[in-house]
Write a protein that binds this ligand. Sequence first.
Ligand code: SOE
Length: 377
Amino acid sequence: MAKPLNIGLIGYGFMGRTHSNAYKRVNDFFDLQYRPTLKAVCGRDAEKVGEFASQWQYESVETDWKALINRDDIDAIDICTPNNMHAEIAIAAAKAGKMVLCEKPLSMDVEEGERMVAAVAEAGVANTVWYNYRRVPAVTLAKQLVDEGRLGRIFHYRAQFLQDWTIDAALPQGGAALWRLDAGAAGSGVTGDLLAHCIDTAIWLNGSIQDVTAMTETFVKERMHNLTGQVEKVGIDDACAFLCHFENGSLGLFESTRYARGHKALYTFEINGEHGSLRWDLHDLHRLEYFDHREESIIRGWHDVHVTDGDMPYMDKWWVPGLQIGYEHTFVHQVADFLEDLAAGRPTSPTFAEALETQKVCQAVLESAEKTAWTFV
Ligand code: SOE
């Protein structure tokens, strides 16, 4: 009989739904020693948070996050708020002895992130950051192939995250669904929102990044602000591209934008090594492309690996070979790993400390773009 782990969720937007779904599904598919219980959800709007609670079957509602973290019946706080609330909530939750699961990016900047890392270390509480794409089975398989040395020495790492949802200059900034456009709430634009995913995966697959040179652009300079009703300067980066050196000597090339018409969430990466290459694409997330130069020349070519077999990462928990899974399962996998690690007394990657490394790269990227100079991480 699995032991209950009482969850207190703060924030109930898009990420609140992905996480709630994961908590509800995880024990149906994974054999675990803990079972998340949807104990309470917290949001400032009592009516809206009440509707969310009844839709997702949370047992109770809070409108003040401080009341939630002080409740004795909550074991873990899950932070799904805009980024400018992450640090204050995470630090208070750790001090109250709660485990903390925080939506990406870790923080607004490195200074905040360092305080968050110190708080969870001092409290000795379990912590993790939801960089969910690591747990797409095809991406986890890429990690396995790289770690097995199949690509040999790595020369190039290339990643893109392309969207097109902010091209309309009439789109306002700020408020519920549009806080990602408001620098005060988000910290940055595509760098913290989209490139952070690419950087997290890159560090995981290819090791640390040493230095960067970047450029950013804000195509729409002013937008109506939903909270003030005024037209205000836009402080976020709409697009960002950077080059970098990895510690292993390979070269990195990263690009992200919300102005690539036709692309909704095109996250792709490619790694080129001495013996082979790997390529992955979020729009076709259950496939991993693999090229091995050591194959006999007459059959050498790109393999399109359909990552659905039971011996591939996480896939023994789902259906039968050939039947694929999707986006929401990456969050289920993260909860499953968190609960397994908790039972084993292990940290769950990325921990706050690991996610701080991504934060440092994001900060170096933004600084480099500002100074138009190579910047050390
Ligand atoms: C932005 O549109 C966004 O929702 C990000 O915030 C998520 O982290 C990303 O996975 C999809 O795009």
